[in-house]
Design a protein around this ligand. Structure first.
Ligand code: SF4
Ligand code: SF4
Length: 194
């Protein structure tokens, strides 16, 4: 088990990740079972064990720029195999929030762009509007005709409807209210901290 060492300022980042994620990273044994079973771990994406080591050593910049939490698909395999039940998804979510607050540049801008459009669609319609989201993503990626052929094939088969795209789906204010409430709670937390 890792112990909190050093000056409080030196361990501030570690303590903040523990608090925000609700995961006691001090219990991590650095056994590597998580990385061994993680589908996104590779030579370029170090994986959860390395990410936790960076957090435990208060390497804030390296942890916030670590590609592991960007690519994490929340499959939960690491948590299932971890002997001390550390849930990396919670850690990834905490780091995502902290990176946003610290204005850290996304390690994969396309993922960030897609995530923003996905959430915008869910907020507005209560579900993701696939056609609209993909078209907006391609426009913003400066490849407006990237999926045009596939889109046309799907339209001809009746899988997607251009009318639906032009009119837009039915809006669902209940989901928008949930987003607003979460934002208010976050603002309340920040005001409480300062
Ligand atoms: S499996 Fe659990 S204890 Fe082992 S390195 Fe990963 S997080 Fe740490
Ligand atoms: S939850 Fe994320 S970190 Fe854990 S195994 Fe799945 S992809 Fe890897």
């Amino acid at each position: 088990m890792h112990r909190l060492k050093g000056h409080p300022e030196e361990r501030r980042f570690l303590e903040e990740v523990i608090e925000k994620s609700g995961q006691n990273l001090l219990e991590c044994l650095q056994c590597g079972k998580c990385t061994g079973s993680c589908p996104i771990s590779s030579q370029t994406v170090g994986g959860p064990r390395q990410l936790i080591a960076r957090i435990l050593h208060n390497m804030q910049d390296a942890a916030l720029e670590d590609p592991t939490w960007w690519y994490c698909v929340s499959c939960g395999t690491c948590a299932n195999r971890c002997p001390v039940e550390i849930n990396m998804y919670q850690v990834a979510t905490a780091l995502c929030e902290m990176a946003e607050e610290a204005a850290v540049a996304p390690c994969e801008p396309a993922i960030h762009r897609f995530e923003e459009l996905f959430l915008k669609s869910v907020r507005k319609y209560g579900r993701v509007q696939e056609l609209k989201t993909v078209m907006q993503f391609n426009m913003r990626s400066f490849q407006p005709f990237k999926d045009a052929k596939k889109g046309l094939q799907l339209m001809l088969k009746g899988a997607i409807s251009p009318v639906h795209f032009i009119k837009g789906g039915a809006k669902d204010p209940r989901v928008a209210d949930i987003f607003t409430r979460v934002e208010q709670l976050k603002q309340g937390e920040k005001a409480h901290e300062s």
